[in-house]
Write a protein that binds this ligand. Structure first.
Ligand SMILES: [Zn+2]
Length: 304
């Protein structure tokens, strides 16, 4: 089944009570945010450089925690010209302990988008919650043989000998991240199209390496006419607006992550563009406001 466009899906109606996809248009480009589900994480991974009491207070003001909270997980499908581009692939269903994540590829098909119509995949980075969805046999068999997977060269190089010395992740996460990235590279190396700093993937769709979270981490901007949206990957977490300086345990270079995050938030506030991030609550579409020196997340008013 191949719908004319992703804003008018031709697929079967979803039986899910809570919506898991949100469509918007950026000029001539169609964008669909799909929820991969949620995964529970310990709250301490959100701030490894602050006093636990301060962290606890923040989570309390957000009505979350105190020990764990559900981390959102979003992917994008973008259609520009005759290309259909998947930005990140979610967790996949192969990992124990995350029964509510790994839903995105099933949900993409439920939206009437045939996985075989995807021409390009762009990866913000190679953590398991971004590449895991590509690893099931079920998915691999449905992807087209000439699929192009875009990722920065620095990211591929990093995972040949990944450094976890600056991270603070619960066990056995580092080992699973390492083995998942290796598995991904083993299975898809012949489809990789690497880029150094910047690459236009399709008209108006540009991947740009930022580093920080991982050395090859990239953001993807979608622009057409006056409209612009940036998919920030893992540069922005829910705490990032009140506390951009908090280190996240999953960051391979926490100081650089803070610098890159603040730069990105300032740019988004100045331009007024839409921001979407992997781990912001679904549908994760909003603007960044800057009040004095404090950032604020302004979620989109849903457009039905
Ligand atoms: Zn992530």
């Amino acid at each position: 089944m191949k719908p004319d466009n992703i804003l008018n899906p031709a697929g079967p109606a979803s039986d899910e009570l809570v919506p898991s996809r949100y469509a918007l248009r950026i000029g001539d480009i169609e964008v669909l945010v799909i929820s991969d589900g949620v995964l529970p994480l310990p709250t301490e991974t959100m701030s490894t450089n602050v006093d636990p009491a301060e962290r606890e207070a923040w989570f309390k003001t957000m009505f979350l925690g105190p020990d764990a909270f559900d981390w959102a997980l979003n992917v994008l499908v973008v259609r520009s010209g005759d290309q259909t581009i998947l930005i990140d692939a979610g967790l996949g269903g192969q990992f124990d302990g995350f029964p509510r994540a790994g839903q995105s590829l099933r949900r993409i098909e439920a939206a009437g988008i045939d996985l075989g119509s995807v021409t390009d995949v762009v990866l913000t980075h190679m953590h398991m919650d971004h590449v895991g969805g590509l690893l099931s046999e079920d998915v691999k068999s449905r992807l087209r043989p000439d699929l192009r997977i875009h990722v920065s060269a620095a990211e591929v190089e990093f995972w040949a000998a990944p450094d976890f010395s600056r991270t603070d992740m619960p066990d056995p996460v580092p080992e699973v991240l390492r083995s998942t990235a290796k598995q991904f590279l083993d299975q898809y190396h012949n489809k990789l199209r690497t880029f150094a700093d910047e690459q236009e993937i399709a008209p108006g769709v540009v991947a740009r390496r930022t580093g920080g979270h991982t050395p090859g981490h990239s953001v993807i901007s979608v622009s057409s006419g006056k409209d612009r949206l940036t998919f920030a990957g893992d540069l922005v977490f829910p705490v990032a607006f009140d506390h951009p300086e908090w280190h996240n345990g999953f960051e391979h270079d926490p100081e650089e992550s803070v610098r890159v995050r603040v730069r990105l938030l300032r740019e988004a506030a100045a331009s007024g563009e839409w921001l979407v991030a992997t781990h912001m609550p679904f549908p994760s579409v909003g603007h960044v406001a800057l009040n004095g020196d404090r950032f604020r997340w302004v979620a989109a008013f849903w457009d039905y």
